[in-house]
Design a protein around this ligand. Structure first.
Ligand code: DQQ
Length: 629
């Protein structure tokens, strides 16, 4: 088992509840006073960051791709994409040579129930929507290679957000205003139920402009054909904004005077900004002099998202909903750090501005809130009017080398779509949870109730453990240890029998300078593979645990992706892992408790997961809409 020191989190966040009396571990679990100093945890976090940064050096790849290619290709176009090259963590002394992946290992990495195209590169989700009985998913796609470039809009449809049918590309670069890529965009439903799509085009001169498109045939539930507006582009970079700093229009929302409003990410020097435009017809626009929001020193804001969440109700809200019962979320994807940050605040319809509740955890601030403390970027929500919920899509890139992506022939998956609501208990964070439909893939299950003593690791007999869903709640006997007040304890997943490869998803409870206990939810990928050409971070963040709550976690394991949800989705961590031995029938599941003197009682259920049906349409018959819709 990994030493507890290696289980400390590297990513953390400000405790948004620190002023709250309901913060931290329930009284019942405080039990005996905790004597031992655990500030060392925070020191070790800093040390860990230092280690990861200092123990890095470039890998000499043997594959066809010069690793500098990706960065320069995207930089030329004015975006960045795969950002692993400068942060390789070399775990052995092979003089920086990339690991010799074979096809058996690489084939195993392909996921079974996450959305991915058949081959090649995918990035951002685009324009998700529900129309005439079908969920539509568009995405950034390179039809020619497993690396970013030549971007078109891939398109797939689903009845349930789980099983997908790949359709022909929705839009390709066939005009001067999108000759270098049909980039990210969003859908808006107009009052009559028709759809408009706004997207960024990278022009023949690499200028970022906004374009309008709409379905050619509104009666077609599959929305197979898209017409680009003859007057495109509808927006060009305004004075003061760089040609390559103007992208990713949001879904539009209604103003109180009946206009439509959108926001577009940009930057001025190092200040990340979100520009605001009003329109009535989506063809001509009026720019606001003031911004929706801006935060100094955060760099370019990509894929801004703006939406309301209810303070009291559990369902999602359409983007135009406003009022006293509503808080507004601003999310921006930080081009510099590849992190999706959001904040909760108040939107002012009169001038189109938004103000965060707590400026110290503003959008893009390193101590601020993230959708996910692992790998999760360029996300986008949409309002699912069919089921009255807001759903979040997020692009999960690879943590391996570009050479390995080229060898396996594909790169990136999408996270399982998540419902997103305001946490009604804290009102200071969001709750994300995999859509209910994913449970339709659950096959046979086993229930466990295990009491495990300190320093123990026990096998969990579920058979092959590379396609599973785990739901667990844990209690501990308490106790103070050098390694932390409670834990770390949790699951060792994608492990081989000897635990030479394992990924740890766990809770860790520490005592801060203020003597308050703080719970972290973490994923440690540092031992996830013997391969050296993989980024293997320890991810972790504070998770609010309120009085009377048990510690709970959910983990979706699907080959090379692991999605963890702490405390019902208050803190989420997605990671990509690439074992070399713990694959196919050799993948095992273990439960561990690495505390010195606390016993953990865990009740959990593990389901084997079926594969989703995700395949390309093969003939027009595949595209015939069932009569029930
Ligand atoms: N990806 C798109 C851009 C966006 C970036 C290009 C974010 O529109 O800013 O593929 O990943």
């Amino acid at each position: 088992m990994a030493s507890s020191e290696s289980l400390l989190p590297v990513t953390s966040q400000h405790d948004p509840l620190s002023e709250s009396s309901s913060n931290s571990i329930p009284e019942t679990r405080r039990g005996k006073p905790i004597h031992l100093v655990v500030y060392s945890g925070f020191l070790l976090i800093a040390l860990y960051i230092t280690l990861i940064v200092t123990h890095t050096r470039p890998v000499r790849t043997k594959g066809a791709n010069d690793e500098k290619t990706a960065a320069s290709r995207a930089r030329l176009a004015g975006v960045s994409e795969k950002s692993n090259d400068h942060i390789w963590k070399i775990s052995d002394d092979r003089e920086g040579e990339a690991f010799a992946w074979n096809n058996t290992m690489l084939s195993w990495q392909r996921t079974a129930f996450h959305f991915q195209p058949e081959k090649n590169w995918m990035n951002d989700p685009d324009g998700p929507l529900f129309y005439k009985g079908w969920y539509h998913f568009f995405y950034q796609y390179n039809p020619n290679a497993a690396v970013w470039g030549d971007i078109v809009w891939g398109h797939a449809v689903s009845k349930d957000l789980i099983h997908w049918l790949h359709l022909p590309f929705a839009m390709v670069p066939d005009q001067w205003y999108d000759a270098n890529g049909v980039w990210t965009g969003s859908a808006t439903f107009l009052d009559d139920g028709s759809i408009v799509m706004l997207y960024t085009g990278s022009t023949d001169k690499f200028v970022q402009v906004q374009n309008l498109a709409y379905p050619e045939d509104p009666n077609d539930p599959l929305l197979l054909k898209w017409t680009k507006f003859s007057g495109n582009p509808v927006l060009e970079p305004p004075p003061g904004i760089g040609d390559k700093d103007f992208r990713d229009p949001t879904t539009a929302w209604k103003t109180s005077d009946g206009k439509w409003r959108i926001t577009i990410g940009s930057k001025i020097n190092r200040t990340g900004i979100s520009l605001v435009y009003d329109t009535v017809d989506f063809k001509t626009y009026e720019k606001h002099d003031i911004l929706l929001h801006h935060v100094p020193n955060t760099g370019m804001w990509e894929c801004v998202d703006f939406y309301p969440v209810s303070k009291t109700k559990h369902h999602g809200l359409d983007t135009s909903v406003n009022g006293p019962d509503v808080r507004h979320i601003v999310k921006a994807s930080m081009d510099d750090t590849r992190i999706d940050h959001f904040a909760i605040g108040t939107y002012y319809d009169s001038n189109g501005t938004w103000v965060p509740d707590n400026p110290s955890i503003d959008v893009g601030i390193s101590t601020g809130l993230r959708y996910d403390y692992g790998k999760f970027y360029a996300s986008k929500t949409f309002y699912d009017q069919h089921k009255g919920r807001r759903i979040l899509w997020g692009w999960i890139g690879e943590s391996d080398s570009e050479a390995a992506d080229v060898q396996k022939g594909w790169s990136s998956v999408q996270a399982i779509p998540r419902t997103v609501v305001l946490d009604k208990k804290t009102r200071k964070n969001l709750i994300q949870w995999p859509v209910k439909e994913i449970e339709s893939l659950r096959l046979r299950s086993k229930k466990f109730h295990k009491k495990i003593g300190p320093g123990t690791v026990v096998p969990v007999d579920v058979g092959p453990a590379d396609q599973i869903d785990i739901e667990a709640d844990c209690e501990t006997s308490g106790g103070a240890t050098l390694r932390g007040a409670l834990g770390p304890f949790g699951f060792s997943i994608l492990a081989d029998q000897s635990l030479s490869e394992q990924t740890l998803v766990y809770f860790y409870v520490t005592k801060g300078k203020d003597s308050k206990l703080k719970t972290f939810f973490c994923t440690d990928t540092s031992k996830s593979t013997m391969a050296n050409d993989v980024v293997k971070p320890v991810y972790g963040s504070f998770v609010p645990v309120l009085k009377g709550e048990k510690l709970t976690m959910r983990i979706l394991v699907d080959h090379s992706i692991v999605e963890g949800f702490g405390q019902g989705g208050r803190t989420c961590i997605t990671s990509r892992v690439y074992p070399t031995k713990a694959i196919y029938g050799a993948t095992k599941l273990f439960l561990f408790n690495n505390a010195i003197d606390a016993t953990v009682t865990a009740s959990f259920k593990v389901w084997q997961m079926n594969s989703a049906f995700i395949h390309p349409y093969s003939s027009v018959d595949d595209l015939v809409v069932p009569s029930s819709t």
